[in-house]
Write a protein that binds this ligand. Structure first.
Ligand SMILES: [Zn+2]
Length: 571
């Protein structure tokens, strides 16, 4: 995987096209884009991607593209170029603060390639024009200054362009840093409104994560790496790339210990992805079809196993305590306790396959129908690790196996996806793991992926010596089988399948007015009313509104095992 030939970044071919992205009207939130012919005439059809890898939903990026000329629109994301022009131009509205969309204002920009350009054959050049007083521009594309506010990069192909987000900012709205570890230069660039930590603190913390991950795998798929950060009010999210990441966080909270730990876990997660999903990848995830959904049953591996290790890396790096790690391990069970009906409706494989239509569209039925491949996938990692360690008498563990899997299945960050070896299938992965470790695991782990039932996490907890506790954390969910939302009124948020609430004919969005004739109010008052009513008997009378109707419903409360409970570790 580390062949010298494929690591070469030299490309002797002349650029086929020359692209200019003008951000000088930053306050309008619009990028002015121009594509000029280079060694090739412009394509007759320009087609925009509908999604970007790592975020599995069709997002219809072309909805923000206007005034593409000279061309005729022939489909939602496709234009026919008219009259063989030497160039085309258009504008793109950039005002969505997520890691999979572009954002531009008078102070800074966070740009995602798939939103800005149609699918172009490479190589091509991209020039970015920034407002003259802006100082920072950072991206794995390695832009170089070619004039005041002008920067140029050479792009290998469309995968390269789509895989390299860009951040830029005016003075006071960003900062840069760097460190070198394991012979690899790592760059940090943040943009946005506020960063409550110094660059030195970030450099030191990121270096620990990088050094631990590099040791974990015994090498890297890249020769250089970029941490691109977008800080803003209530922002949270990350997107992995082959030799960079774009992560968002509320930078004003970074001084709080809990936020700082959560932020570093996010950084560790996206960094780990450069190996797991960008280098070791399920067959469907590279080469990519940017025109439609790319289905895979294996996001439990790409996301869940990465989630499993994003707590372990900070533990190995000495950044969190063993107690904090144990708590983190059990967090995934609290997130999806065994009583959640979704366990019986969708397997991990099904939930991964349906990511495109479910994962980013959480609704009132999610706990009934979706096991997230993050939490349940991480839990599977824990069960798999326990099985490996137990069966091999600790000769093997999942970390050691991941390292071997990377050596076997990984590709380097500069390989052309179209000609690189294909991604893994589950049968290849498990056959490799069994042969290498001598531990039978294929059938067992496969059943965890495809069965519609909870995982045997109690066995893993026992193996790792963690005594668990179970406390009711959501009183209404545990006793009535519905989640309540408290705001100006008390409403039913979710009704669990086969619960007391479902039998009593409660529905999402019903507004709860009274329990046994006592008016409900804010959360404590409502829960007190509920507790008092329950002390008097099994049947409660609820007064509700649904639309413009007042309803009376009788509900028989009971304990719903494994619902509304928090799993903790005994001290
Ligand atoms: Zn992830």
């Amino acid at each position: 995987m580390n062949s010298k030939k494929s690591m070469s970044r030299k490309n002797p071919k002349k650029p086929l096209y020359n692209v200019t992205i003008d951000l000088t009207d930053a306050h309008s939130h619009r990028a002015q884009v121009r594509i000029e012919q280079g060694a090739e005439k412009l394509p007759g059809i320009l087609e925009f991607p509908v999604w970007t890898p790592g975020s599995y939903m069709v997002r219809e990026y072309s909805r923000h593209v206007t005034c593409l000329e000279p061309a005729t629109k022939v489909a939602k994301n496709r234009w026919r170029v008219e009259g063989q022009p030497k160039s085309v131009s258009y504008e793109v509205y950039c005002f969505e603060r997520t890691v999979r969309t572009s954002y531009l204002d008078e102070n800074y920009a966070s740009l995602v390639g798939a939103t800005l350009l149609p699918l172009l054959a490479g190589p091509f050049t991209v020039e970015i024009k920034l407002p003259a007083h802006w100082k920072i521009l950072s991206s794995a594309l390695k832009f170089r200054a070619i004039g005041r506010g002008r920067y140029l990069a050479h792009v290998r192909d469309r995968d390269h362009w789509i895989d390299c987000p860009i951040v830029a900012s005016a003075p006071g709205f960003g900062g840069v840093g760097k460190f070198r570890v394991g012979g690899i230069n790592h760059h940090i660039a943040w943009v946005g409104l506020e960063c409550a930590r110094s660059m030195k603190e970030m450099e030191e913390a990121f270096e620990k994560i990088a050094s631990t991950t590099l040791k974990f795998f015994g090498g890297a798929p890249f020769k250089e790496y970029w941490f691109l950060l977008h800080f803003g009010h209530k922002l949270y999210g990350g997107l992995e790339h082959r030799d960079s990441q774009l992560s968002q966080f509320d930078g004003s909270l970074l001084n709080e210990a809990k936020s700082w730990d959560g932020f570093l876990r996010l950084i560790a997660h996206e960094y780990f992805h450069s190996w797991n999903v960008k280098s070791i990848r399920p067959k469907a995830l590279g080469p990519f079809d940017y025109h439609e959904e790319n289905y895979t049953e294996d996001l439990w591996f790409a996301e869940g196993i990465t989630d499993y290790f994003d707590d372990m890396i900070p533990l190995m790096a000495g950044m969190i305590s063993m107690d904090a790690y144990k708590k983190a391990r059990l967090r995934d069970i609290t997130h999806l306790p065994d009583g959640v009906p979704a366990h019986r409706r969708r397997s991990l494989a099904e939930t991964s396959f349906d990511a495109w239509i479910r994962h980013y569209r959480n609704d009132e039925d999610s706990l009934n129908t979706d096991v997230t491949y993050y939490s349940k996938g991480a839990l599977l990692g824990w069960c798999w690790d326990a099985h490996l360690q137990k069966s091999s008498r600790k000769r093997w563990n999942l970390a050691k196996l991941m390292r071997a899997i990377w050596k076997e299945f990984g590709i380097d960050a500069y390989e052309d996806l179209a000609s690189a070896k294909p991604g893994f299938t589950r049968s290849e992965l498990f056959a490799f793991a069994e042969k290498l470790t001598g531990v039978k695991q294929a059938k067992l782990v496969e059943s965890w992926i495809t069965d519609r039932k909870p995982l045997p996490w109690r066995e893993a907890a026992k193996f790792f010596g963690i005594k668990t506790t179970e406390n009711v954390s959501d009183f209404a969910l545990h006793h009535l089988g519905c989640q309540l939302a408290f705001g100006n009124s008390v409403t039913v948020k979710t009704v669990m399948s086969h619960s007391s609430a479902e039998s009593a004919e409660l529905a999402p969005q019903d507004e709860l007015l009274a329990i046994n004739g006592t008016r409900v109010g804010e959360s404590e008052k409502t829960l007190n009313t509920l507790r008092k009513a329950m002390a008097k008997g099994r049947d409660l009378e609820l007064l509700l509104t649904r639309g413009d109707k007042i309803l009376k419903k009788k509900i028989r409360w009971k304990k719903h095992p494994g619902l509304g409970v928090e799993i903790g570790a005994e001290a």
